[in-house]
Ligand binder design. Sequence first.
Ligand code: F0G
Length: 365
Amino acid sequence: AHQWQGVISEYRERLPFAESDPIVSLGEGGTPLVHARALDERTGARVYVKVEGMNPTGSFKDRGMTTAISKVLQSDTQVVACASTGNTSASAAAYAVAAGLKSAVILPAGKIAAGKLAQAIVHGAHLVAVDGNFDDCLNITRALTERYPVALVNSVNPYRLQGQKTAAFEIVDYLGDAPDIHVLPVGNAGNISAYWMGYNEYAGRPTIASLDESAAHMPPISTKVPQMWGVQAWGAAPLVLGHPVEKPETVATAIRIGNPASWKFAEAARDDSHGWIDRVTDDQILNAQAILAAEVGVFIEPGSAASIAGLLKAAEAGKVPEGATIVCTVTGNGLKDTATALGGRELDFDPIAPTPEAAAAALGF
Ligand code: F0G
């Protein structure tokens, strides 16, 4: 039976890797595109969710980590470093292990979901907690990687976006053409830039984020590109406001970012696609997370739920075209942050007697 080989092996001809280049992969990509009928009913469109929480470390970051860390294998560098709101650090730590490298992760103290922190720890990352936010951490990490022989694996590393663009390829391969609209959460703005690049390269036109050596010149696969709809959290919405946010705040810690590194690429994606970037409140995010869990059967983390919340907000405002094909990327697994999902609900239950009768009575059968 065919087993998915990871994004570099599956899409090598469209990535800057030769057949003989060493690569490190944990089998990332090939994630489910789930038709979410409950969202059809709520929006009048045909809505799919691209379930990126199914990647090896539970988020889309793995697509870009296989490419970024495979490039490190072509150098003498032994250490990779990143700033992170949690998922990048989990992915970098895991892929560093697979590549035989060391990892250093610079994190905002007290603002990383427990599951993500556990991942960095079990994968043996050198972990530093900073009294500051993600933007501070990224500045520190950039300075360190300039001064020391350490490879930067944040999405300012162009090979990250190269890997992440493969999600757009998978969607077109599955649907037969690009969707009409693509919705995704925006934090540091790398992913929206990567999808826009992927959709364009598949349509036969490179974007400003494309690399010369990448296969932007290959024959087109798709006939169109989607509108890109980006969604930020209300208290961390620099791209909506048009200026950096000094003290970003949101329950969705994954996208708690005030000065996105890929600002220019994200604006180009928005404008060139005739899309938009909007913001949603924490309540809208948590409500969307609950809807996806209870009505679709997919458990996503709050940062991922921003895309669903943005779609639902647009639907309420009458901005979703009837019958449009829409893909929402849900970026990370709900298991990474169970505390927020449970929202104070009790995990202690009064035990019953160990009999079927007692269970039947308790269940009201
Ligand atoms: N969703 C999740 C679950 C994320 O972890 C992130 C970013 C985003 C969305 C936003 O993607 O930054 O490309 O716009 N997380 C980074 C991290 C910042 O450190 O894990 P983006």
